[in-house]
Design a binder for this molecule. Structure first.
Ligand code: BV8
Ligand code: ZN
Length: 248
């Protein structure tokens, strides 16, 4: 069981200062302070269901095949919630870590906020809410405007587009998980931030990092499934803890 702290220790600051390669796994909690609802958020703020259906059903390959219009309605609802959100201090802190060190962020989030904050090496493991994908010709099309003029939107080739998001029961984009795993097993310091660590295969990453010798740090206001398997958990919000790490 790792130690559980409520502040950043000097020992951790020293580790951070000396780290050359950092890998990060982020989840919905990373964007909570930007106003993006989490799924299983503490205090019931999660959007774990909508119209009486759980996210695991709404964001499933099965429902997309059965009722694409409902899945688009669900994603248009999410796009509506997220259209005005901006990166928070936590996103900007992670972008700042890239100065002078090799940082890879593997995110489960589909909101695009890491890139918006300036992070350059971001692996979007579950896709991106602001893009559509064409099953016929493979085109990835930016869909920045919500509400969409037509639902479903159509590809340049005429076929209907699907959200460019990895649904439950679907494979992650080829090569993305391998790149995330490669960064996890090569890093000195691994952060797991704002995730309940129940969705796989993303939740394997901190475990793989630790068995490859990385020091693993969790940042979350609550203890999670992974708390017992990391080196230290800092109980706090990403937007407050992360900027604090770089302060010498
Ligand atoms: C797949 C896009 C192969 C859609 C999402 C073992 C191996 C492989 C697969 C499985 C497995 N076991 C089960 C599976 C199946 C499934 C799965 O994991 N199910 C779970 C529910 C048990 N996995 C899959 O289907 C994956 N596919 O493995 O392919 C395959 C193929 C066929 C059959 C089998 C296997 C695909 C998974 C991707 C699904 N798509 N998102 C959408 O967004 O609608 S997952 C979805 O959950 C989001 O991406 C989200 O990010 C993710 C995880 O949730 P979290 O990010 O952790 O968010 P959560 O709300 O849960 O937690 C927030 C945390 O933040 C909390 O702890 C909270 O305390 C904290 N917090 C709050 N405020 C703050 C904060 N932290 C910091 N600061 C704050 N301010
Ligand atoms: Zn097409």
């Amino acid at each position: 069981m790792g130690e559980v702290l409520s502040v950043v220790s000097d020992a951790l600051r020293r580790r951070f200062r000396d780290a050359e390669r950092i890998a990060v796994l982020t989840g919905a909690g990373m964007s909570a302070e930007s106003g993006v609802p989490t799924f299983r958020g503490g205090g019931g703020t999660g959007i774990w269901e909508w119209k009486g259906r759980p996210v695991t059903e709404l964001s499933s390959a099965e429902l997309l095949a059965e009722d694409p219009a409902l899945v688009w309605e669900w994603f248009e609802y999410r796009r509506g919630l997220m259209k005005a959100v901006k990166p928070n201090a936590g996103h900007f802190a992670l972008a700042g870590w890239e100065k002078g060190r090799d940082v890879t962020i593997a995110t489960q989030n589909i909101d695009g906020l890491h890139a918006a904050a300036g992070s350059r090496r971001v692996l979007e493991m579950h896709g991106n809410l602001w893009r559509g994908a064409c099953a016929r010709c493979g085109l990835r099309k930016d869909l920045p405007v919500t509400p969409l003029p037509e639902v479903p939107p159509h590809c340049d080739c005429g076929a209907p587009l699907r959200p460019d998001v990895v649904l439950f029961g679907e494979m992650l984009p080829p090569g993305v998980y391998d790149a995330a795993l490669g960064a996890a097993v090569a890093c000195d310091l691994f952060f797991v931030i704002g995730t309940s660590a129940v969705v796989y295969p993303a939740a394997y990453l901190p475990v793989e990092a630790r068995s490859a010798g990385a020091f693993v740090v969790e940042v979350n206001p609550e203890e999670t499934e992974i708390t017992g398997r990391v080196d230290v958990t800092i109980l706090g919000k990403a937007g407050e803890i992360l900027p604090n790490l770089a302060h010498s």
